[in-house]
Write a protein that binds this ligand. Structure first.
Ligand code: ADP
Ligand code: MG
Length: 356
């Protein structure tokens, strides 16, 4: 790999204005440093948001100075393929950041022609974007046809930690599911149904169970069409639903104090824990206590192997005033939301398959 240019796919999918409040930059720094030791240059690739064409708010440009500061060396932003040709690696610069891949329609279409265009920018390819590896996009899948392709450090770590959960788990094993739609999470429930001892529910999924049991949920967030999805699980003793809830304007918006206590007791005795989905509408003051309670119980358990993932779930860590990626050694905070759920469902992720 010496003297060669690496195309590094990362995940800088950060909301506009939140460039400084993310741990996604931090997560990719070790891989960039590692690649600079091994190769000559790194061209960083990422998407941001779901633009169809150029969208000023979704440019990756603001990340160039931030990366430059963290890496202590020049990072050149490349707005299009023409300017990359102009630069043509004549500069002493070793790090480039290409514009938002989704400004080109070929990215989401997994278009071979676009992948070839990307591939021409480097000599080998590294995927360090676990969170996007469930997507058949040109910079994740098609590109691997044209370049030798490897896993980045962070991606390896994700696959190691999550893969470990698929192989063996120590009991008691608890799966905590909150958030919005149960249909997004049902695969994880199915895959761990026999192995896990407890499934703790909060958020929309808990409401969906209530509705399926014929309990009134008013205007709560619930997947009323998901009844058939959960019918097999409805009456199992493994399913732990909230025993009390917080209601506002005919909506169940959080789990209650007794539920926080009983859930915490289960978390305390568990030795494997998977958590996805906040327990309530934590963004709204007064409805964050359930989510905070689960975090506290999880942070207090130093014996269990714990994996936490999901965009909002991880974001809710800020309620505890900590922004570090690794909270404790026994807790792994996944960078994947949808990708983590698919991986833990036992599905093969297209972006990982092509790295083998
Ligand atoms: P993640 O991104 O962690 O996978 P989801 O996307 O499934 O989680 O859902 C997160 C969202 O669900 C949060 O924005 C949260 O406010 C919302 N939510 C959780 N519980 C409720 C509830 N009871 N009522 C309304 N919204 C809720
Ligand atoms: Mg989400």
């Amino acid at each position: 790999m010496e003297g060669r240019t690496c195309l590094l796919r990362v995940d800088l999918n950060v909301e506009p204005g939140q460039e400084r409040n993310t741990n996604r930059l931090e997560a990719i720094i070790p891989t960039i440093r590692w690649l600079l030791k091994k190769g000559k240059r790194v061209v960083i690739l990422s998407h941001r948001g779901r633009p169809r064409r150029f969208d000023r708010r979704l440019t990756l440009r603001p990340f160039a100075p931030l990366l430059q500061k963290k890496l202590g060396q020049e990072v050149v932003f490349v707005p299009n393929f023409n300017s990359l040709k102009t630069i043509n690696y004549k500069l002493k610069t070793r790090i480039f950041l290409l514009e938002n891949l989704r400004f080109w329609p070929g990215e989401e279409k997994n278009d071979p022609a676009f992948a070839r265009k990307l591939a021409a920018l480097g000599d080998f390819y590294v995927n360090d974007a676990f969170a996007v590896s469930h997507r058949k996009n040109a910079s994740i899948v098609a590109i691997t046809k044209y370049l030798p392709s490897y896993s980045g450090l962070r991606l390896k770590e994700e696959v190691g930690k999550l893969g470990g959960l698929l192989k063996y788990t120590t009991r008691p094993f608890t799966v905590i599911i909150g958030g919005a739609k149960i249909s997004d999470k049902i695969g994880v429930i199915e895959n761990f149904w026999r192995k896990a001892d407890y499934f703790l529910f909060g958020g929309g999924p808990a409401n969906t169970f209530f509705a399926a049991k014929g309990l009134p949920v008013g205007d709560s967030l619930a997947d009323k069409n998901a009844k058939f999805l959960i019918s097999n699980y409805l009456n199992s003793e493994k399913i732990i639903l909230p025993v009390d809830v917080k209601i506002h304007n005919r909506q169940i918006l959080d789990i209650g104090e007794s539920t926080i206590r009983s859930n915490s007791a289960i978390i305390r005795k568990s030795r494997t824990i998977i958590w996805n989905g906040p327990m309530g509408l934590f963004e709204k003051k007064g409805f964050e206590k359930g989510t905070v309670g689960i975090w506290k119980a999880i942070l207090a358990n130093r014996k269990a192997r714990i994996v936490v993932g999901g965009g909002e779930t991880v974001a809710s860590l800020r309620l505890l005033g900590t922004r570090r990626l690794g909270v404790r050694e026994n807790i792994f905070i996944s960078t994947g939301g949808g990708a983590m759920l698919e991986y833990l469902s036992g599905k093969k992720l297209p972006g990982l398959e092509v790295l083998k």
